[in-house]
Design a protein around this ligand. Structure first.
Ligand code: NOJ
Length: 585
């Protein structure tokens, strides 16, 4: 399977403005009760304790019967999200778009595509969500626009147009040759010839997604203004798309070529000159300033498919002045149940030099669902619970993808003619595209899984709906959904699980990942034991070094259930792929 896409300055506003920065923390404490309350609010880093849930809007809930999910559909499901225990939703793009990349090709940054509803619908969603203590996070796509954006129409109209320099235009390298060997992430050359002005434009993704020129101050201002537009409407922050691709080498050096070919039949290359250029951090600091100018501590989440934890760490900024939550693709893509691999990564990110908050996820709209990457075919439901426990009990802000809580699986198109995602059309059959992880949410066992009354939803409803759906799993105390609810509720009631320290245990164990979560000064701690193997394992915990004298742990949640005799710390038995979450004194 192809290694898929993983992935402002305001003087404005407010006497109210409570910047949530370290600088604020260093100010003397305000005196009046109102000022004190305002100070507390600014300090409240809600995103450190939140559980975030990604909604792919086309696939969550269709309210008007056109086969495509929409804003009012999401609003109608807010009670479900509240009852599940979700604190914030990140919604993939809903801006006007020709939908070549299903919304990641934006033609207007300050509007809603009629397919999804209206700005009034959006405002209603934000306010109804707020009434349920759920924050709304927008997707923001700064690297590229749609080729249908009026900015690009102007830019391509002539070499002297004032917006020419808003995009990356270059001469070819001789007869019919692009300027250099850079490749699009979605296959073939990253340069597209435009006959109107006899130059090539650069596109890191599809040809219909020309890259903006972030060295142009007018581009920066326009994009920061777009962020303010949504912050003014009450969004709680942004998930920022493809940030590491914002800059390209101005000298157009060729990328190094590696042996072999990729799924599109192109030579393998290292994206050395188009990825992670140092200027990215300057932009992230500017974006953070835009966000910090608003009350309520807006969060910036970045798609950060960094090659290692050291690179990921840079995303936090040297002075906590860039991204609060860089998505950790290292953890997401271990792609095998390996206690040593997870332990190494969790340890490394937990001790990151920037002191940044870890941000974990396993699935999203760009990669096959976790069930198919971590399941073994025989214990998939149990492994789904194990992955839930891993996501929700480690020290991190967890990010769930819709449908994981019911054990949805990847359902790839069977025929090329059924494929919606252009990657699947270009790369078929080796690369079938991302439709498989974007199928409709499975609400119940009725027609179209309760997602839509259309005859044909935009993607087919998977056969697994018959048994894996919200309605059925809500009735079953042993279901994946019930398990998620229990662990999410425990996270709420146990401060140690939200922001206690992470203390790894038995670090040489090849099969069982175990750790404590402990709040400073508290006498008890949460013990988490995850057996990542297909056999029962008996382990021994010596917690004296951590100040615990008791010889057994008290069960809070276990799957499968285990008897009390199994929780003796000197002889602790966890079933195959078993999960134990308990307390120790
Ligand atoms: C990352 C997004 O998650 C993906 O869906 C999109 O295709 C690319 N960025 C391009 O915007």
């Amino acid at each position: 399977m192809l290694n898929r896409v993983r992935f402002f300055f305001s003087t404005v506003i407010l006497g109210l403005c409570l910047a949530a920065s370290t600088a604020w923390a260093q100010q003397p404490l305000p005196q009046s009760p109102q000022a004190h309350q305002a100070h507390q609010q600014a300090q409240h880093r809600w995103w450190k304790h939140a559980v975030i849930y990604e909604i792919y809007p086309r696939s969550f809930q269709d309210s008007n019967g056109d086969g495509v999910g929409d804003i009012n559909g999401i609003t109608s499901r807010l009670d479900y999200l509240r009852d599940l225990g979700i604190d914030a939703i990140w919604i993939s793009p809903m801006y006007p778009s020709p939908l070549v990349d299903f919304g990641y090709d934006i033609s207007d940054y300050t509007a809603i595509d009629p397919l999804y509803g209206t700005l009034a619908d959006f405002d209603r969603l934000v306010s109804k969500a707020k009434a349920r203590n759920i924050r709304v996070i927008m997707d923001f796509v700064p690297n590229h626009t749609s080729d249908q954006h009026p900015w690009f129409a102007e830019s391509r109209s002539s070499r002297t147009n004032p917006k020419r320099d808003w995009y990356i235009w270059r001469d070819g390298n001789g007869m019919g040759q692009p300027p250099n060997n850079w490749q699009s992430w979605f296959g073939h050359s990253a340069w597209k010839f435009d006959p109107k002005t006899n130059q090539y434009y650069y596109h890191h993704f599809y040809t219909e997604q020309p890259d903006l020129n972030w060295r142009n101050p007018q581009v920066r201002k326009a994009m920061y203004d777009a962020m303010r537009f949504w912050l003014d409407r009450g969004v709680a922050g942004f998930r920022i798309d493809a940030v590491s691709r914002l800059f390209e080498d101005p000298n157009l050096h060729d990328d190094p070529i590696l042996p072999g070919k990729n799924a599109y039949g192109d030579p393998n290359i290292v994206h050395k000159y188009t990825d992670n250029l140092p200027e990215v951090h300057e932009v992230l600091r500017e974006m953070r300033k835009v966000a910090n100018a608003y009350p309520g501590n807006p969060v910036l989440i970045s798609e950060a498919d960094e090659p290692n934890i050291a690179e990921l760490t840079k995303m936090y900024g040297v002075k906590d002045d860039e991204i609060q939550l860089p998505m950790d693709f290292q953890v997401a893509d271990v792609n095998k149940l390996s206690a040593p691999d997870f332990r190494r990564l969790l340890n490394e990110i937990d001790r990151n030099a920037a002191g940044g908050q870890p941000h974990y996820f396993f699935s999203n709209h760009d990669q096959p669902r976790q069930r198919d990457r971590y399941g073994d075919g025989m214990h998939n439901d149990q492994i789904a619970k194990l992955m839930a426990a891993l996501l929700l009990t480690t020290r991190a802000t967890p990010l769930m993808y819709y449908g994981e809580e019911i054990g949805m699986r990847t359902t790839e198109p069977a025929r090329k003619e059924d494929v919606q995602d252009p990657i699947g059309k270009i790369g078929w059959p080796e690369e079938k595209g991302r439709d498989g992880e974007r199928t409709p949410m499975q609400w119940d066992a009725s027609t179209n899984a309760g997602f839509s009354i259309a005859q044909r939803p935009w993607l087919p409803v998977p056969p697994s709906t018959a048994t894996y759906n919200v309605a059925a799993e809500s009735q079953d105390p042993d279901s994946i959904l019930s398990f998620y609810k229990r662990v999410l509720a425990l996270r709420r009631s146990e401060p140690a699980l939200r922001d206690g320290r992470y203390l790894p245990l038995n670090q040489e164990d090849p099969f069982v990942l175990a750790f404590l979560r402990k709040k400073a000064g508290k006498g008890d701690a949460i013990l988490v034991v995850l057996n990542m193997s297909a056999e029962a394992r008996t382990v021994k915990f010596d917690l004296a070094a951590h100040g615990f004298k008791q010889s057994s742990a008290k069960t809070l949640i276990a799957a499968p259930e285990i008897g009390p005799e199994s929780t003796q710390l000197t002889h602790f038995t966890v079933p195959a792929f078993g999960v134990f979450i308990g307390s120790v004194h």
